[in-house]
Design a protein around this ligand. Structure first.
Ligand SMILES: Nc1ncnc2c1ncn2[C@@H]1O[C@H](COP(=O)(O)OP(=O)(O)O)[C@@H](O)[C@H]1O
Ligand SMILES: [Mg+2]
Length: 265
């Protein structure tokens, strides 16, 4: 490797080593060594109960690890900066650019749509101290961005409250984007959304990835995964049992159908 290549900043990656989670004595996640983020968009698939959500929650440290280490390499593993995420509390993740969407949305009922999103924008500015926090300018920049996303997704009155599950889901995705993630974890972001909206969400994810964010996405709708992912990790019973391009994973008909049922490849 040339000296230049060795020092060139790479994509942010997360390495999960020797990570175990048990619930009531039962092992639900047991990962030896897994690196995610080398490719712009990586899919994480597997049957219900495989441990996908738990693994994402372990990365965010919103669930504790029984064992193991999770490390963020903000510029790739070749560069020496490393952040041990499994030593950090959840609220410190965004400061390191690690953001996760939620599979089940419980929020957005106490704040208006506008206030919820403005809060995310302001948080992003505070999380990046190299930016000068100049309130009017930040407000204008954030307001433009918020309006752009509200319009894109056809969300109504920003002074109102999110009512439907679909609107809350979209607001949660917009919140994630406004946080300017370097590493974004999406847990079933398009579940329950109409096809046209799913396309819009995929577009937003693609453009984030194109600008350097590493994205890991869990999704039941495998068309989304096959369409979006540069690489796919297949999880079953707490372990990653296969990894490859969508084409490579789909070529394993028997494994995919055994775990996910017929008609998925
Ligand atoms: N808080 C919890 N308490 C007990 N068991 C849990 C909890 N969260 C998840 N589990 C169990 O862990 C396993 C993995 O769940 P999960 O990570 O949600 O899987 P997936 O997202 O792949 O469907 C399941 O058997 C689930 O019932
Ligand atoms: Mg899940």
């Amino acid at each position: 490797m040339s000296e230049e290549a060795a020092t060139r900043p790479g994509r942010p990656v997360i390495r999960i080593q020797n990570a175990v989670k048990r619930f009531a004595g039962r092992v639900v996640v047991d990962i030896d060594d897994l690196v995610v983020g080398d490719r712009p968009i990586e899919g994480l698939i597997g049957p219900n109960g495989a441990g996908k959500t738990t693994l994402m929650r372990m990365v965010m440290h919103s669930t504790s690890l029984d064992q193991g280490t999770i490390t963020l390499y903000p510029q790739g593993q070749e560069n020496d900066r490393a952040v041990v995420l499994s030593d950090l509390p959840t609220y410190r993740m965004a400061r390191h650019g690690v953001v996760k969407s939620n599979q089940v949305i419980m929020d957005f009922e106490k704040l208006t749509i506008w206030d919820s999103l403005l809060l995310a924008s302001a948080a992003a500015k505070y999380e990046h101290p190299h930016r000068i926090f100049d309130e009017p300018a930040v407000f204008a920049e954030s307001a433009d961005e918020i309006h752009m996303y509200l319009k894109l997704f056809g969300l109504g009155d920003p002074c109102g409250f999110a009512s439907s599950a679909g609107d809350k889901k979209l607001l949660d995705i917009i919140r994630c984007v406004l946080l300017k993630p370097r590493f974004l974890l999406l847990d079933e972001p398009t579940a329950g959304l109409p096809d046209a909206t799913t396309e819009l969400v995929m577009g937003v994810v693609r453009s984030l990835a194109a600008r350097g964010t590493s994205v890991v996405i869990v999704e039941h709708d495998l068309d989304v995964i096959w369409n979006l992912s540069d690489e796919v990790h297949f999880m079953a019973e707490g372990k990653v049992i296969m990894k490859g391009t969508p084409e490579e994973i789909r070529a394993h008909h028997t494994v995919v159908e055994k775990y996910l049922g017929e008609g998925h490849v």
